[in-house]
Design a protein around this ligand. Structure first.
Ligand code: SF4
Length: 304
């Protein structure tokens, strides 16, 4: 795609709520039971209408936080999105799956509403114990009900000395990206890299974002805590058609030279060492949060 083309968004992910039943160390969004910010149903409807206006969106996801904490809203949101013609998925930590038959009680109405698939978080972070059987129960119920289910598993970071990198050089495994709470809680003792190497973002396509995350405060996030604009002030369809990374004070720098350029452009000099590009990016952005409150938001995602 040419850099001048307008983005063709195909997915919108509702951060239906920032509230979560857990407070995981690896959470990119710093969610916890104390977190606030939940959509109303009217807001969900407004966003879905805008998704139709955009014309390229095929997939809607409901995630959080933990979307099952607001089950009636989730159910009505799924039904409304399906009726509008979208394929619909959910991401959940499965806290609600106390047994396979009980999990079926939760899933059946969602399936009847037209839910396409579900992603189940199954890793040692979520319940903080190897004994957590909820994801297994949820997976079993999904299989019984013939619902397409995938497992999301992010393990704690560990040092691998025998694969990748230069010979003998430790690399970090486990799949964790070090942003949000993970940047503050999981980086101690891990090997660091020279800051100058963090000169590109290998995860987000700033010119052609395939999906955005939207929250109840109106933020349209291209990466966690990095907002393109506020959809309660400017409708989502207009925000997306006007979006150009080169005129966005944060995305422009990140797209041209990663967090290294972002730090250079705004004279951010951080003490400390960083494990990966996201770890550095997250900290540079947090240092700039008071300068760009409109774009680096919401603050709780930065642990503030
Ligand atoms: S480098 Fe920055 S913008 Fe890119 S994925 Fe990591 S935290 Fe997000």
């Amino acid at each position: 795609m040419e850099q001048n083309d307008k983005p063709r968004l195909t997915g919108v992910h509702f951060l239906l709520t920032y509230t979560c039943s857990y407070e995981c160390d690896h959470c990119f969004l710093y969610c916890s039971p104390q977190s606030v910010g939940t959509f109303t149903f009217n807001q969900v409807k407004d966003v879905l209408k805008e998704c139709g206006e955009i014309g390229t969106i095929t997939r809607i996801y409901f995630e959080g936080g933990e979307p099952f904490l607001f089950y009636p809203l989730l159910l009505k949101g799924v039904r409304t999105a399906v009726e509008a013609g979208f394929k619909v998925g959910i991401v959940t930590n499965c806290y609600w799956a106390t047994s396979p038959p009980d999990a079926e009680i939760w899933l059946k109405p969602l399936i009847d509403a037209g839910l396409t698939d579900i992603s189940l978080s199954d890793d040692s972070f979520h319940a903080g114990s190897e004994e957590n059987l909820s994801p297994k129960y949820a997976a079993e119920a999904a299989e019984t009900l013939e619902l397409d289910a995938g497992i999301i598993c992010i393990n704690p970071p560990e040092l691998n000395n025998d694969r990748g990198g230069n010979r003998g050089e430790p690399i970090v495994g486990g799949g964790t990206r070090f942003k949000g709470r993970a940047a503050d809680k999981l980086t101690d003792g891990l090997p660091v890299k020279p800051t100058g190497t963090f000169n590109s973002c290998d995860e987000e396509d700033f010119h052609n974002p395939g999906r955005v995350h939207v929250d109840a405060f109106g933020n349209v996030q291209i990466c966690q805590g990095l907002s393109i604009g506020n959809m309660w002030e400017t409708p989502l369809s207009q925000l997306m058609s006007r979006y150009e990374p080169q005129s966005h004070p944060i995305c422009g720098c990140l797209s041209r030279g990663g967090p290294v350029l972002l730090a250079k452009e705004y004279n951010v000099n951080l003490d400390g060492e960083f494990v990966d590009v996201c770890h550095y990016c997250f900290n540079v952005r947090r240092a700039l949060i008071d300068r760009f409150p409109e774009y680096l938001t919401p603050r709780p995602v930065y642990g503030l």
